[in-house]
Write a new protein. Structure first.
Length: 329
């Protein structure tokens, strides 16, 4: 009788527990599958074509779909300074939102060079530049290990070899490396009220906060990570360089103003000391590169089109930048 009761109870329990066990098992299996799908959704915003990279310097070059001539000029000139180096990696960044299909030319370019990040969520327009930069920063932070990031445009000629050497060998920069913000700074720029630079969201003060001009600047990994980690909470101003300066304003940042960054809205000329020179056509890039190969220096003849300045950090930002020294490059 006892054994019969035990068998009866065991059968009842089996009939009742087994369905719960199976339903629980398949529920958990479904959850695991769902978590896996949703964990991949952020990556769907960016077309990934690269293996993770670890090195000293990552260069992101903001470009546009139709600027293939500029990209080819960069590939044939200043990126060759670090060709084959595992310590430096560069990417061109393109926004492709509202494009039904990639053009055949870009598809060929990607398959040939494998140096392009496509951002399907970004419209290719000036007013999207800040969002484009943020998406680029999130990407390189998630998929690459690096110590510094260099941001530049596709009309910038960069002595990336010299920048890498300074980051590696310059003791003063290395001491500041954790929170380094390095470029050509402006602190007296008036807030734009018209044109493509018109700023509707700026309410902080009557000038832009000090920022490194967007033709080329360098950020340490910790600053890049801060921006990436907080990208959903940051106000996106019209200009990406002004946005970066504002985002970093409250942090304990080491700002290094360097006149060797010729990154203003127009070039100041040609100096053999320049690390970055902005607003260069593909033909000008090729000429600069050939001159370096032939003579070892950037300029066939040094030319000053307008004066530069050293930044005075001891006065109000509106008084920071007086062009009164003809010896500053």
């Amino acid at each position: 009788m006892k054994s019969t009761c035990i068998l009866f109870l065991s059968g009842m329990l089996s009939r009742q527990i087994l369905p719960y066990f199976l339903s629980t098992f398949f529920f958990l299996l479904g959850c695991m599958f769902t978590v896996n799908i949703f964990s991949q959704r952020p990556n769907e915003e960016i077309e990934l074509r690269f293996t993770p990279h670890e090195g000293t310097l990552v260069v992101i070059i903001l470009s546009a779909l139709n600027n293939i001539e500029r990209r080819n000029a960069i590939r044939q000139t200043w990126t060759k300074f670090v060709s084959g180096s595992d310590e430096v990696k560069y990417f061109f960044v393109l926004g492709t939102r509202h494009l039904k299909t990639q053009t055949a030319a870009v598809q060929r370019e990607i398959s040939l060079h494998n140096d392009i990040i496509l951002l399907p969520q970004i419209v290719e327009a000036y007013e999207s530049l800040t969002s484009k930069l943020l998406a680029s920063i999130v990407y390189v932070t998630n998929f690459h290990n690096f110590r510094y990031l260099l941001k530049c445009d596709d009309d910038s000629f960069v002595r990336v070899d010299k920048i890498f050497a300074e980051l590696h060998d310059n003791v003063d920069l290395r001491l500041k490396s954790d929170y380094l913000y390095w470029g050509f700074f402006d602190g007296r720029a008036h807030v734009k009220t018209q044109g493509k630079w018109k700023e509707d969201k700026w309410i902080l003060c009557d000038r832009y906060l000090p920022y490194a001009l967007g033709g080329g600047y360098i950020l340490s990994q910790k600053l890049v990570k801060f921006i990436a980690d907080n990208h959903q909470h940051l106000v996106r101003f019209r200009s990406e360089d002004i946005s970066v300066g504002t985002w970093l304003a409250p942090l304990n940042v080491t700002r290094v103003h360097d006149p060797r960054f010729d990154t203003e809205y127009m070039s100041r000329g040609c100096s053999n000391s320049y690390l970055v020179t902005h607003k260069k056509s593909p033909a000008e890039m090729e000429s600069l590169f050939e001159n370096i190969k032939r003579t070892g220096v950037l300029c066939s003849k040094e030319v000053r089109l307008r004066k530069s300045y050293t930044y005075n950090w001891d006065v109000l930002p509106s008084q920071c930048c007086v062009r009164n020294n003809s010896f500053v490059p």
